[in-house]
Design a protein around this ligand. Sequence first.
Ligand SMILES: Nc1ncnc2c1ncn2[C@@H]1O[C@H](COP(=O)(O)OP(=O)(O)OP(=O)(O)O)[C@@H](O)[C@H]1O
Ligand SMILES: [Mg+2]
Length: 318
Amino acid sequence: MSSEPTFISDLKGVGPSTASKLKEAGFTTIEFISVTPKKEIIEKTGIGEDTATNLIQNMREVLGLELMTAQELFEKRQLAKRITTASKNLDKLLGDGIETQAITEFVGEYGTGKSQICMQLCVTAQQSFEQGGLGGKILFIDTEGTFAPQRINDVAKARGLEPKKILENIIYARCYNIDHQILLVDKASKIVEEEKVKLIVVDSLVSHFRGEYVGREMLSERQQKLNQHIHRLLRLAEFYNCAVVITNQIQSNPTQVFGDPNRPAGGNIVAHASTHRIYIRKGKLNTRIAHVIDSPYLPGDETRFAITGMGIEDTEEN
Ligand SMILES: Nc1ncnc2c1ncn2[C@@H]1O[C@H](COP(=O)(O)OP(=O)(O)OP(=O)(O)O)[C@@H](O)[C@H]1O
Ligand SMILES: [Mg+2]
């Protein structure tokens, strides 16, 4: 999260071979390594356990990361910024827009507008601070092949922006399977840092995990991988002060007799790691209803917005 990251090469006691293994695995700054679980560093880089233990300890000492006061934490949180969704009502529901240093998860059935919100954010995140953006680039990880540059082009044009410029600032990755998805996020710190990315989108987070790990016997391995993956995203959000937006489809559970049989996919792992979980359902015509279903500080309110030629907008419809 530091505005001046410390590079591994600056650290005494790290040999060139370890440094290159770390870099190769996407660990470019010591701030980022110091908060990654040891097991994950070993797995991803192939360095030995003792080297990893020393490395983490060494880095934490350099950074003085062990303890901070609540006031320091408060100050760090004050650095969190917001990206407008282009709907004042939706922004208000989210506590003034999509926040950085956090994961915001949109859940809902097909066609409820999850991808539309992501694409809208690709435009607004680039706008100036005064216009509700962060003037940053976007890293868009598309696991379902539904990202539509034409739609971004149209929305940008309708808002009087230069579409070519907007499209050029979106770093796009079409992702075909779990390993690819994990690799992309593992390597993301380099891109986020170098390209000044302020928004990372994963649309959708869980679809490959659901498709590739089928059956009860694979559940635990799947959840373990998913857990590592989503925590990596959270660390990116916290360290680079950028926003992470993920989408998740509603999973129907026909065996559930009581309560809502439609639950977001990914189970408790995704529910716990997402900072804010927003449920979207269809309203009349082109309107949608958004509802905060889980958040440490947002009230569980509801609001409406519309999907139009402009992208996401407020609506008069009730
Ligand atoms: N150009 C447009 N103008 C107005 N509305 C549009 C436009 N393009 C898309 N939409 C609306 O957005 C809907 C699709 O939303 P979106 O693709 O974001 O759903 P989703 O929640 O991501 O679904 P899935 O779970 O299948 O990925 C369409 O059904 C339509 O109502
Ligand atoms: Mg979608």
